[in-house]
Design a protein around this ligand. Sequence first.
Ligand code: F3S
Length: 392
Amino acid sequence: MELTRREQQMLNGELGEAVQQSMEILVALGKIYGAKSMIPISSSQVAGVSYKTIGDAGLEYLKDIAKKGARVGVPTFLNPAGMDRRQWRQLRIPAKFAKKQLEILRAYSKMGIMASCTCTPYLAGIRPKRGEHVAWSESSAVAFANSVLGARTNREGGPSALAAAICGVTPNYGLHLDENRVAGFVVRVEAELKTAADFGALGYAIGEMAKGRNVAFAGIKSASEDQLKSLGAAIAATGSTALFYVKGITPEYVEGEAAEEVAFTQRELEETKEKMGVPEQPQLVAIGCPHASIEEIREVAQLVKGKRLACDLWVCTARKNKERADRLGYTAAIEKAGGKIVADTCMVVCPIEDMGYRATATNSGKSAKYLPSMCGQKVVFGDLKDIIRVKK
Ligand code: F3S
């Protein structure tokens, strides 16, 4: 790889051990993927925050690199942690877990990383522009950045995003390059998509079929940002697609000449939705995967206002959005009905299986994929208005 003088100094250890260790990671990655050089990034988003997913080994790595003087050189944001930093006691998070989680957050903050703890930094003020290079690691955020914003990022792992944040550069390969931003799988959508759950089901079905290729959707008449975030999260969860296009809607649209083409019909939509859940009585209804926008929180507040919920309800969101919801009265409406707005975490990376939950309802394709494997949950899948249950 061709390195600039400064990058070479980093690699030689002239800027300290933590920087050297980080540059070694980036150079190794660059060599594996055939990058010719590094490219500067404007921000980094680091996954690997929940104690549930990184455990003691991850915590020790973070403490060690923080102790070696690691400091980030670009604005850097965290993915959701394993608990709400303020409400963890009310949410019955085990104290032992909370102690470890707080240590992880302290190590990140020592490195100058903002404890935003959200998978939707683009809803909390960090929106890279079209063509801007970033190093993000949360798969749904990566899909959104590449597809909906037209920014450029590979699907980084937690350590490589952290290394990029420390060095301010990332290896220039994959989705940073024009030639790799061509769709190899085209979907003619014939189904009528109305809700975030419909878009999540489309992503759930197509992610499995696309097998990591970039996907182009044609035939979708309209889609809100929330619906696109649901689509991108699901497609990245069941496959490893990190870039999709929607004809007439996303800022870019490039179909490959030899792309495989399939149709997605109304029948397939209904069959997928059926396959994604079981007809169970949920103990928890979890909304906000990816983290809910203020519009989604408002929709939930309107649905439950003046009613009593039949089971627990969490609306997961970024802290900034929770604070907005507090000011707008949505939190009060949801809490009065018996629900909670939960910040900093989500239903998948929080240890809900240790909190007595066995069946969870969701309108998210990504959650439907991960709740069984990561949280031992039976999944009830459906549109928002069908899964929120109120007492008669
Ligand atoms: Fe975000 Fe958690 Fe879903 S990190 S995308 S809410 S699994």
